[in-house]
Design a binder for this molecule. Structure first.
Ligand SMILES: Nc1ncnc2c1ncn2[C@@H]1O[C@H](COP(=O)(O)OP(=O)(O)OP(=O)(O)O)[C@@H](O)[C@H]1O
Length: 321
């Protein structure tokens, strides 16, 4: 699709609505492992998109196909509106991939590494933004230190910088914070959030569900090579109609009182009882009345909302697989 710029009348390519899209994507590895079993999804331009799933779900396979590191078996992939089969170079130019492993040449400095990478992507010297990029990831003061002297978190940020040298509109991060301590994780996220605010589409896989819940505006959950859920983070969190009521009682219980059996409470040490319920079906007042009817007094009471972890477990447990 081409729009016309009214002032210069030069054609300006319209920005795609979807930064990335996959349709019926299948990957069968040699030996027969079906790592992706027909994934169709679309990552809106400008989004902060989380790709979640248990170990072996197919996340890295998906990302590596996008990055041109693994060949798909069938299906189509479009990166920034470029078909991966018809225009692999165009697709590659639109994407920056931060790999899982810290594969940096220890005897280069960050400045040298970015220059080499820019050369590989054919970025002319006049258009290189080496120092600007190092500044974005908070490594400007380390521009001339050898990579081997950098901490794990700094190396991770250097990999992000490396993925940005050709100024791709899409940044893909595979488990970027694995093994990075909390403070450095915060630094990394600040840098990536900043890039997203400037318009870069972010696709990330992470094992930290809390991190995904805080950062991502959309989430896809894959399980055994199939899409188990795809929605905005807010909708996903709304999806499970479930709460837990944590009650501390005034005395110990050996058995669940008859009046409470319909609510299937779980008795815990310390006079605690947990009742899981669906707010749309069971008003909390009915549970409290039943507790009183059982002759019990409540010493303390809290409720817990569902979080992404509950949803993830429900969608990826062996029962639903
Ligand atoms: N090169 C390969 N040859 C054969 N099987 C493979 C290969 N790479 C991955 N697999 C298998 O494909 C499945 C998906 O693996 P993949 O690495 O994509 O999952 P993942 O979701 O990224 O898992 P993790 O979180 O553990 O990295 C797994 O069963 C894995 O063992």
């Amino acid at each position: 699709m081409v729009q016309t710029n009214s002032r210069s009348a030069a054609p300006v390519p319209a920005l795609p609505d979807a930064a990335l899209s996959a349709d019926g994507l299948v990957k069968v590895y040699r030996g027969g492992k079906r790592a992706l079993d027909g994934i169709s999804l679309s990552v809106p331009r400008g989004s902060f998109f989380g790709l979640l799933g248990p170990n072996g779900a197919g996340k890295s396979t998906f990302i590596n196909i996008l990055a041109g590191l693994v060949l798909k078996s069938s299906g189509t992939v479009r990166v920034w509106d470029r078909d991966l089969d018809r225009d692999p170079r165009g697709a590659k130019a639109a994407i920056g991939v931060v790999p899982q492993e810290l594969n940096l040449d220890a005897f280069f400095t960050p400045r040298e590494l970015l220059d080499v990478q820019a050369g590989m992507y054919g970025v002319p010297k006049s258009e290189r933004r080496t120092m600007e990029i190092l500044d974005i990831v908070g490594l400007a003061d380390k521009a001339d230190s050898y990579a081997r002297t950098l901490s794990g978190g700094m190396r991770r940020r250097l990999l992000v910088a490396k993925a940005m040298v050709h100024n791709p509109p899409i940044l893909v991060l595979d488990e970027p914070t694995a093994g990075v301590d909390i403070e450095l994780r915060q630094h990394l996220w600040e840098a990536i959030r900043g890039m997203n605010e400037q318009g870069t589409t972010i696709l990330l896989t992470t094992h930290y569900l809390e991190e995904a819940e805080q950062l991502c505006d959309r989430i896809a959950i894959i399980n055994q090579g199939r899409l188990a859920a795809l929605d905005t983070t807010a909708n996903l969190l709304k999806r499970i109609d479930g709460k837990a009521l944590l009650v501390t009682l005034d005395r110990d219980l050996d058995a669940v009182p008859t009046a409470l059996i319909p609510f299937a409470p779980e008795l815990r040490a310390g006079r605690k009882m947990v009742i899981r319920y669906r707010p749309s079906a069971v008003p909390v007042g009915r549970i409290l009345d039943a507790i009183t009817a059982a002759g019990l007094s409540i010493a303390d009471l809290t409720t817990e909302e569902t979080d992404l972890e509950d949803i993830f477990l429900q969608l990826t447990s062996s029962r639903s697989a």
